[in-house]
Each structure stands twice: as structure tokens, then as C-alpha cells.
Design a protein around this ligand. Sequence first.
Ligand code: COA
Length: 177
Amino acid sequence: MLPQTIQTTRLQLRKPVPADAGAIFATYGQDPAVSKYMVWRPLVRVAEAEQFIGEAIADWESQRRFAYVLDRRDRSRQTIGMLDARLEGHIIDVGYVLARDFWGRGLMPEALSAFVAIALERESLFRVQATCDVDNLPSIRTLEKCGFSKEGRLDRYTLHPNISGEPRPCFMFARCR
Ligand SMILES: CC(C)(COP(=O)(O)OP(=O)(O)OC[C@H]1O[C@@H](n2cnc3c(N)ncnc32)[C@H](O)[C@@H]1OP(=O)(O)O)[C@@H](O)C(=O)NCCC(=O)NCCS
């Protein structure tokens, strides 16, 4: 359905392996600035990252979800984030995260644009969508740079537990073919 690796100028997107858990825990999993608008709380134990990666690998096998690890393509080959894509019929729902040291260099727009181009080439896929908290400006900008349209505001849509115990409003963005 989707390739196990995608290359961009500066990044390689690839299917995870169990050993990725340690890097994810160390580079961004514990960082409260990274998880601020996410549905998960900052990780406390590496076992949480191991469970997440284990589920991501199992979901690749069932072809329901395609969670890519993002590695730098320079000599460091450092793992710096993830792009998570869930299949819902003819729709792919994406989420993404990048280690804080790498924000502001256009890396996620680079990864997401490459992913969207490949996804929308698939005969069965017509729509790539993403929701983000109405206050998550960096994510909104990422989606705008990738040509997504803001389709609307969804009130009380997602629980972002690092901000509030009550469901938060989100924007729905999409790119279609
Ligand atoms: C959202 C995210 C992936 C963006 O990735 P990125 O590669 O930094 O994206 P860009 O470099 O294109 O920057 C996007 C916007 O982030 C903001 N930004 C830039 N540098 C920044 C920095 N050092 N710190 C905080 N925000 C910054 C700017 O608003 C920028 O928009 P602009 O280019 O119009 O000025 C990244 O901020 C992130 O991982 N955030 C935490 C996880 C998250 O919120 N994921 C999305 C959930 S819906």
C-alpha cells in the first residue's frame, strides 16, 4: 500500500524497528514542549516508547497504520521524529512530531510533502487529512506549507491532556485529489 522507506533531500522516512524506542525516548519523548499539543503526556519510562514502537510495527503488518521514523540523511543518521499515518478507507490521517533541536528548518514540511505526494498517487487514496489544536501555530504552518486546506473548526474534538482535562477545539485540514 505505502512504501517502507521514503527519501527526501534531508530525511529518510522508514518503517520502525524495536531499537528506535531508545532514540525516541532520548530525543523528544520526554520533552514537555514537544508533547504540549499531543494526545500523550511526556514519557517517563523507556518502556512506554518500546510499547509505542511495538504497536507501530504490528500496525505496519496489518497495513492499517504506517508510522514512519524520520532519520537525518547526513552522516549522523540521527533519528529526530516521526510521521504517523492511519488508513481509514480512502482517507489517510496524519500526525507528526520532531525533536525540538530541529524545529524551524522546514524539515516536517519536507517530510509531509513527500509523503502526501506518494499517498495521493495510490489508486485507493483520495484524501490526506490532519487535525491540530487551534493554538498549535507551528503545526498549522506546516500544513499550510504542504498545501492543505483548512476545512473547519471542530469544537470539543480532541483531548490534549498537557493543556486541559477537557476536550479542545481543533482545525481540520486536508489535501485531496
Ligand atoms: C509542528 C512541527 C512538526 C513543525 O515542524 P518544523 O519542521 O519545525 O516546521 P517548520 O520549520 O516549517 O516551522 C513551522 C512553524 O514553526 C514555528 N517555528 C519555527 N521555528 C520555531 C522554533 N524554534 N520553536 C518553535 N516554533 C518554531 C514557526 O511558526 C514556523 O512557521 P514559519 O516558517 O511560517 O515561521 C514541530 O513544531 C513539532 O514537532 N512540534 C511538536 C509536535 C506537534 O505539535 N506536532 C503536531 C501535532 S498536530
